[in-house]
Design a binder for this molecule. Structure first.
Ligand SMILES: C[S@@+](CC[C@H](N)C(=O)[O-])C[C@H]1O[C@@H](n2cnc3c(N)ncnc32)[C@H](O)[C@@H]1O
Length: 207
């Protein structure tokens, strides 16, 4: 994505958030408070998201789990990736749909109001695809963890943030424990260089 196109996209996202916030308030808009705070600073992305946007190549098929309002998903679609986004919270999925229609029309971006991996079809992915988790920290049940771990085996690679996956892991020991668990399942873990500090993103490939 060219710098000017990225700047225009960010401006559009900031306007979208401002207007939606003013029209619907926080609860009904599906917006998380940090989206509003970012928009007040005229920013649409975190620096991790900027790094991911630069890292993921045009043409990649990306299954993005827990997209929120889908700022990164929309940007990836505009970059020329095929994106399938999953968001389980109805208000947020609705916000993601509205954002897509406002800023990423005509792109290959499918949005599923569904849990991941519940919304993944039995025959997916059909070919090489990347599974992406960006800040899906919440309060995952054992069942959700088991489903997410099983789904990873169907993808050629998975990208996730060891700090913000299922639960928040602020302590190094907690992140190491998750890394060991993933390695024990046959994944090779490589840190992902996103050109920013305090980055706990890793790339998982099959060993
Ligand atoms: C903290 S928010 C962050 C959203 C987005 N990744 C971002 O960085 O802006 C996490 C989102 O993931 C969604 N989510 C969490 N676990 C999910 C799952 N297993 N399937 C689908 N959505 C999920 C939540 O509803 C929430 O909107």
């Amino acid at each position: 994505m060219k710098r000017a196109q990225l700047r225009q996209f960010e401006e559009q996202v900031v306007t979208f958030i401002d207007e939606r916030h003013r029209a619907l308030g926080v609860e009904e808009s599906g917006l998380l408070p940090y989206y509003v705070q970012r928009a007040e600073k005229k920013r649409a992305f975190t620096r991790y998201e900027r790094g991911l946007l630069a890292h993921l190549e045009t043409g990649t098929t990306i299954y993005h789990a827990g997209i929120g309002i889908g700022v990164l998903s929309a940007a990836l679609a505009l970059k020329g990736c095929r994106v399938i986004g999953f968001e389980e919270m109805p208000e947020r999925a609705e916000a993601a749909r509205a954002l897509r229609d406002a800023v990423a029309q005509g792109t290959d971006y499918e949005l599923r109001e569904a849990n991941f991996p519940g919304g993944l079809r039995a025959d997916e992915p059909a070919g090489a695809a990347t599974l992406l988790f960006t800040n899906v920290a919440g309060n995952w049940s054992d069942e959700t963890y088991a489903g997410a771990f099983a789904a990873m085996k169907r993808f050629s690679r998975t990208i996730l943030d060891l700090r913000l996956f299922g639960h928040t892991r602020n302590e190094p020991e907690e992140r190491d424990e998750l890394a060991r668990r993933l390695e024990a399942m046959g994944h090779e873990l490589r840190p992902l260089d996103l050109n920013c500090n305090n980055n706990f993103y890793v790339e998982l490939t099959a060993r």
